[in-house]
Design a protein around this ligand. Sequence first.
Ligand code: AQP
Length: 346
Amino acid sequence: MSDAVQTPSQSQFTKRVFSGIQPSGGLTLGNYLGAVKRFVEMQQADYETLYCMVDLHAITVWQDPETLRFRTRELAAFFIASGLDPAKSILFNQSAVPEHAQLGWIFNCVARMGWMQRMTQFKDKAGKNAQNASLGLFGYPALMAADILLYHATHVPVGDDQKQHLELTRDIAIKFNHDFGVDFFPITEPVIGGPAARVMSLRDGSKKMSKSDPSDLSRINMSDDTDTIAQKFRKAKTDPDALPSEADGLEGRPEARNLVGIYAALGDETVDQVLADVGGKQFSEFKPMLVDRAVEKLAPISTEMARLMQDTTELDRVLKDGSQRARAIAAPILKKTYDIVGMLQS
Ligand code: AQP
């Protein structure tokens, strides 16, 4: 290790939050409840917060260039409309901070093939056609580790599906620190939980709500209007029983659990609080309550998104400012990383 490298001990890292979303297509209620709503909550707390449109991740599967540009701005609009304040949080797109790709390369050389081969998201996304998947899709979790560790982020709010990737981020930090005899990268804490950590498909309570599900009825899109939201919840799969009064009663009832979890998260309640109120009701009575709550929460967000998208000059300004602030944090951390690894720098 170079004498010039100062390495803080784990307790000395600033409390800093990083998370990202791919600008790869229709945003869902899963993205909102599992991720962005949590981002907003952490912005209120005692953290420095960075939230990123991870466009380099998006191109691990084919993206039409014009559409990608549109989706990146749309995602920025979603962040702001949901309550992220560009004055408080650093909002930016990943490719505007080249240090992500640079640290990503270093981590490609730290991560082991065996670790990557265990990643279930790659298996799910590549499916039976793994030989034809991009190398980027396989390396995705190493770049994600770079996104996080480039800022020495200590906390990462994500949905439950990202748990394995965050464990890999920790493994990469531990191996890097160990290999080079430093305490340079923090061992990041995932922030996962709450009643909607994994929002499930409205058609099948065993599948994650996802933008790539072929059935549009399986998800609530952030762009859905009131009638569409009402229709999708009306058609949502349920079972014939009344709602229980306690969470234990949701055991073995994935669709009921999902709808109650969504209702709870939208109203900032726990599942127990909701069931104390609605226990004994039939779905025919509960679903209209759910629609009302969803529309009340989501309609202002989609209206504000549409307004922000009318003139994208302001969004572009926010992203430019965010990328400059992000680079100011990232550049010295990358420089120290290069120094630790032994790269000659002029
Ligand atoms: N259903 C969900 N429940 C809770 N959280 C979710 N997230 C996504 N879906 C759910 C969280 O949203 C953040 C952004 O995820 P991403 O950009 O990686 O997108 P994704 O997970 O690939 O989204 P999809 O909709 O699932 O896309 P496809 O269909 O392409 O696989 C993450 O924090 C994620 O946990």
